[in-house]
Design a protein around this ligand. Structure first.
Ligand code: G3I
Length: 436
């Protein structure tokens, strides 16, 4: 079993840069990279958020990590209809207010989740029909959004309104059955009037694959809304992944196709079951996909430590149950452009350090020394369009892009080296290692 954690190789936490034309290879000190998820995301103008439960806000470890790492919160259950209007016309905002107040005291953004959803719906709603149901829906939107007017950056106005599977049909919720197709746009129009400054999102799961029937159905709805001037600003990809529902290979293309409709995309409930490097690489792919699309404006993970996840047994989050950062955390931080400056927690015992070697006009040598263990796996990430043209003192393999090189010891010690053809990009590759 693989133990240990991924750690960025450089003490400064940033890739060194070799100045073109300088014969001696000297690493210039660069600005320190962001060392938390929120700071790293902010460098590209994005937020990095977490679903938060009000009943954990009294726990010091929980709050410490929340405040340190995250720049946005989504109340996990506290703004849902059963929590905010448990009986008709009688609103209760206590737990949601606790989260909002905490977030505001920390300067965090707040995502509102969610106004119109078939689940967590109080029983009284399903006793209503026709215009009575319509006015209850509109009143709910107006009252809840009104209570938080000016405080919410994005609202999930309608949640999970389409069926799973290949039909592409609307989910047969009480709203769909009794109000018909028009209820979704009516909800968005009501929402725009209730808080004109909030971004209005349609949010769903299993709309992560660009070609899936459910995705196509949501895409067509958003395209139609944009064409007819129905107010919609964003699509939320919940992005709950596991082995039955893996990260699709066309995930970035999916973000791009929604963005091309003229809406923002937010990754709203990200969690990926698994552990170790495999989980970390899946997280990395998701974050890289968002980073590659300017209209992908923020990412929210659906919880902080694994044991509070709705899928706790799948350990799908970035922190373990002791609040240690997992390999997935470091992968996300790196994909956001940040870098960890601290020693690995929880007994991690592997450090990789880059040393510059000879430099030519078209290429340069680097060597990497791994310390802390003799049994390690190092990952070297080149920056396109770089290519490695020679290697020594390790056992090397590449991923299909040719940019990610995995290195293991080959019996010649803990220092390996390679030659990078820079092809115009003089940045050092990043290097991380994991104790095997
Ligand atoms: O608070 C009560 C507690 O008093 C009671 O003892 C306990 C007994 O079951 O239930 C507690 O309520 C639970 C609540 O979470 C708070 O923990 C509910 O039963 C449980 O159903 C509820 O689950 C939530 C689920 O939505 C409901 O559909 C999860 O926490 C929440 O993570 C999950 O979030 C949804 C998003 O809103 C929409 N997308 C999917 C996502 C995951 O299912």
């Amino acid at each position: 079993m693989i133990r240990g954690v991924i750690r960025n190789a450089l003490v400064t936490g940033v890739a060194g840069v070799l100045a073109m034309g300088v014969a001696a290879a000297v690493a210039s000190p660069a600005d320190a990279a962001a060392s938390t998820l929120g700071e790293a995301a902010a460098e590209s103008g994005r937020y990095f958020g977490a679903a938060v439960a009000a009943n954990h806000l009294g726990e010091s470890q929980y709050v410490t990590v929340l405040n340190r790492e995250f720049t946005s919160v989504t109340p996990e259950n506290e703004m849902k209809w059963d929590a905010t209007e448990p009986s008709r016309g009688s609103f209760s905002f206590g737990n949601a207010d606790r989260i909002v107040n905490h977030a505001q005291s920390q300067g965090m953004k707040i995502r509102g989740h969610t106004l119109v959803w078939h689940s967590q719906l109080p029983g009284w709603v399903s006793g209503l029909w026709g215009d009575d149901l319509r006015s209850a829906m509109n009143n709910h939107i107006t009252q809840v959004m009104g209570h938080y007017r000016g405080k919410i950056h994005s609202w999930d106005v309608v949640n999970e309104a389409f069926e799973d599977g290949g039909s592409g049909a609307r989910r047969q919720s009480v709203f769909q059955q009794r109000l018909g197709d028009g209820y979704i746009e009516e909800a968005f129009r009501t929402a725009r009037a209730a808080d004109p400054n909030a971004k209005l999102c349609y949010n769903d799961y299993n709309i992560d694959d660009a070609n899936a029937a459910k995705t196509r159905a949501v895409y067509n709805m958003v395209r139609d809304f944009k064409a007819r001037g129905v107010p919609i600003d964003c699509v939320g990809l919940q992005s709950h992944f596991n082995s039955q529902s893996p990260v699709p290979s066309n995930y970035q293309q999916n973000i791009e196709q929604f963005a091309a409709l003229g809406v923002d995309v937010q990754i709203t409930e990200l969690d990926i079951e698994g552990s170790g490097t495999a989980q970390a690489e899946n997280y990395r792919r998701v974050v890289q996909a968002c980073m590659a699309v300017s209209r992908c404006t923020g990412i929210t993970v659906w919880g902080i430590p694994d044991h509070y996840s709705w899928r706790a047994s799948g350990t799908p989050l970035l922190f373990d149950s002791n609040y240690n950062k997992k390999p997935a955390y470091y992968a996300v931080l790196e994909a956001l452009g940040g870098s960890s400056e601290e020693p690995p927690p929880g007994g991690g015992d592997c450090t990789a350090t880059i040393t510059p070697g000879q430099v030519w006009s078209d290429r340069f040598n680097l060597s990497v020394t791994v310390s802390g263990t003799n049994n390690w796996v190092a990952t070297v990430r080149l920056q396109s369009p770089q290519r490695v043209i020679a290697t020594w003192s390790g056992s090397f393999s590449w991923d299909y892009t040719g940019l990610v090189m995995t290195v293991r010891p080959n019996g010649s010690g803990n220092t390996f080296g390679f030659t990078v053809m820079h092809n115009g990009n003089w940045n050092w590759p990043s290097v991380s290692c994991e104790a095997a």
